[in-house]
Design a protein around this ligand. Structure first.
Ligand SMILES: [Zn+2]
Length: 140
């Protein structure tokens, strides 16, 4: 099998097939089956088949960047851990975590089994700074 692409078409088995997007992922229909383009690219390039329980991760987090250099094979648990880490920092008793719906970073701290909310921030770095300040003041 050879893979080539031209805009939203992909060349597979001597045919140009239209790429559709579902859930942010590009896919094509082959023999009535929906197959994601990132899996197809990975399997073709590396000449492997991706077994259930394995995922293909987009390194730059762009689901539409199906360049082979952007794709990485991970086990389901490695993959979940990776995304969780990317969306959360645990620091001392506090955390900075991404809130999907409001699209902000939430900073909270925990002491004496009570959690205190320190606000919403636009970047993870800002949130980390708030945590640093909180704990450095506390230690003095
Ligand atoms: Zn991923």
């Amino acid at each position: 099998m050879e893979i080539n692409r031209k805009g939203n078409y992909i060349f597979i088995n001597d045919k140009w097939i239209k790429i559709n997007v579902y859930n942010g992922y590009e896919h094509v229909r082959i023999n009535g089956k929906r197959i994601t383009v990132h899996r197809l690219v990975y399997e073709t390039f590396h000449q492997v088949c991706i077994l259930p329980g394995n995922h293909i991760h987009h390194k730059d987090e762009n689901k539409k960047n199906n360049n082979i250099d952007n794709l990485e094979l991970l086990s389901e648990s490695e993959h979940k851990r990776l995304h969780f880490m990317g969306n959360q920092i645990a620091f001392k008793g506090g955390s900075v975590r991404w809130h999907k719906r409001i699209k902000k970073w939430i900073v909270s701290v925990c002491s004496n089994y009570k959690s205190t909310h320190l606000g919403y921030y636009n970047s993870k770095e800002e949130g980390q700074q708030i945590l640093n300040n909180y704990y450095s003041v506390d230690e003095k």
